[in-house]
Design a protein around this ligand. Structure first.
Ligand SMILES: CC(C)(COP(=O)(O)OP(=O)(O)OC[C@H]1O[C@@H](n2cnc3c(N)ncnc32)[C@H](O)[C@@H]1OP(=O)(O)O)[C@@H](O)C(=O)NCCC(=O)NCCS
Length: 329
C-alpha cells in the first residue's frame, strides 16, 4: 500500500522510409488534398522487409529501458499489443524477449485489442505489477499494418502506417502520482465494421482467400468514425467521473491517432481545447496500437507532460474496443 504504478521510461521507433500522400497518389486514385482534408494525414512511415513488429518493438523498448535508467535484466514482465505480429505463433512478445535479451523466466505475452491494444496492455501490466509479483514491466504497442493493407483500396491504404512505442512501468513512492486508473470496454456487436477476415482458422489461407483479398484490412469508415467519437467521449467522461476530475484539470490529451477530424470532434464534444491534444498523425498516420505510446514519447520529449499535471489517454479500435486512462506525472 502507499505505492503507485508509474511510467518510468518511454521510447519510440518510426521506420526510416516515408510514404507521402503524393507517393500514394501514384499508386491509387487519390490526392494529397483529399487525404489531408478528410484525415489530416500527410505522410506515414513504412517498415522494410527486415523490420517486422518485433524489431520495431525492440528498438522502441531499448530506448524506454535506457530512459528508465534500467537494463534488460531488470524487466520481468512484457505485455505487447499488436494485431500485425511477426507470425501467429510464437507471440511477438517472446520474439522481443529474445531480441532484447530479457531474462529467461520473464512473463511475455501479446494482447489483441487492435488500436485500443496499448491501453489494454497498460492495464494488464499495471494490475500484474500492483499484484506484487513483478518489478518492472515493459508495455509495447508495435505494428506493421503495411503488410495487411490492400494497396488497391484507396479507402483504407491511405490511413495506416508502421511503428512502435514502449513504456517501462515501475513502482513510484507517491501514491498520488502514476497511473491513476484505466477504464476499458468492448462492443463486439459487428466485427465486420473493421477486420482482417482471412488468415485465421475461420478463413485459413487458400486460393479463394487470396482471390477475395481476405488477408487485408476491411473497414466501414463512416460507422467507425461515429463509434470512435462516441466511445472515446464516453470513456473520457467515465474515467473523469470515477476520479472526481473535471476536463479543465486535464492538461494534455493523447488520443488514438486515426483521423484529425475525430480528434477535433472529440475536442468539441468534451469541451477540451484542441491545443491540449497531442496530434502527430500528420506524420505517422494511424499506427494502431503504436499510436498512443508513439505520441506519448513525442509529447514527453517535447516537455508537454510536466510533473504534477494530468494526462488523459483515449483509444478505440477494431472489436470494437475502447479505453481511457489517467496519468499524473
Ligand atoms: C475513412 C474516412 C477518412 C473516409 O472519410 P469520409 O468522409 O467518411 O468519406 P466516405 O467514406 O464517405 O467517402 C467519400 C468519397 O470519397 C471517396 N474516397 C474514399 N477514399 C478516398 C481516397 N483515399 N481518395 C479519394 N477519394 C476517396 C469514396 O469513394 C467516396 O466517393 P463517392 O462519394 O463517390 O462514393 C473516414 O470515414 C474515417 O476516418 N473513418 C474512421 C476510420 C478509422 O478511424 N479507422 C481506424 C480505426 S482504428
Amino acid at each position: 500500500m502507499g505505492q503507485s504504478i508509474a511510467i518510468v521510461g518511454t521510447g519510440a521507433c518510426a521506420p526510416a522510409k516515408i510514404l507521402s500522400n503524393q507517393d500514394l497518389a501514384k499508386l491509387v486514385d487519390t490526392s494529397d488534398e483529399w487525404i489531408t482534408t478528410r484525415t489530416g494525414i500527410r505522410e506515414r512511415r513504412i517498415a522494410g522487409h527486415h523490420e517486422p513488429p518485433s524489431e520495431l518493438a525492440a528498438r522502441a523498448a531499448a530506448v524506454a529501458i535506457a530512459d528508465a535508467g534500467l537494463t534488460a535484466a531488470d524487466i520481468d514482465l512484457l505485455v505487447l499489443a499488436t494485431v500485425t505480429g511477426d507470425m501467429p505463433m510464437p507471440s511477438t512478445a517472446c520474439l522481443v524477449q529474445r531480441r532484447l535479451g530479457l531474462p529467461p523466466g520473464a512473463v511475455c505475452f501479446d494482447v489483441n485489442a487492435a488500436c485500443s491494444g496499448f491501453l489494454y496492455a497498460l492495464e494488464v501490466a499495471r494490475a500484474m505489477l500492483a499484484a506484487g509479483r513483478h518489478r518492472h514491466a515493459l508495455v509495447i504497442g508495435a505494428e506493421k499494418f503495411s503488410s495487411f493493407l490492400d494497396w488497391q483500396d484507396r479507402a483504407t491504404c491511405v490511413l495506416f502506417g508502421d511503428g512502435a512505442g514502449a513504456v517501462v512501468l515501475g513502482r513510484g513512492a507517491d501514491p498520488a502520482r502514476g497511473i491513476l486508473g484505466c477504464h476499458l470496454g468492448a462492443d463486439g456487436g459487428d466485427p465486420a465494421l473493421l477486420c482482417i477476415p482471412g488468415g485465421g482458422s475461420l478463413h485459413p489461407a487458400s486460393a479463394g482467400s487470396l482471390e477475395h483479398r481476405q488477408h487485408f484490412v476491411k473497414m466501414k469508415g463512416r460507422e467507425v468514425f461515429k463509434f470512435a467519437v462516441r466511445a472515446m467521449a464516453e470513456a473520457a467522461r467515465e474515467i473523469l467521473e470515477q476520479h472526481h476530475l473535471t476536463t479543465d484539470q486535464i492538461s494534455c490529451v493523447i488520443s488514438h491517432q486515426a483521423n484529425r477530424r475525430i480528434i477535433e470532434t472529440l475536442s468539441h464534444d468534451l469541451g477540451i481545447p484542441l491545443d491540449r491534444f497531442v496530434i502527430n498523425l500528420d506524420r505517422h498516420g494511424n499506427t494502431s496500437s503504436a499510436s498512443i505510446p508513439l505520441a506519448l514519447d513525442e509529447a514527453r520529449r517535447a516537455g508537454r507532460l510536466r510533473p504534477g499535471e494530468i494526462t488523459l489517454l483515449l483509444a478505440f479500435g477494431a472489436g470494437l474496443t475502447y479505453g481511457s486512462a489517467l496519468i499524473r506525472w
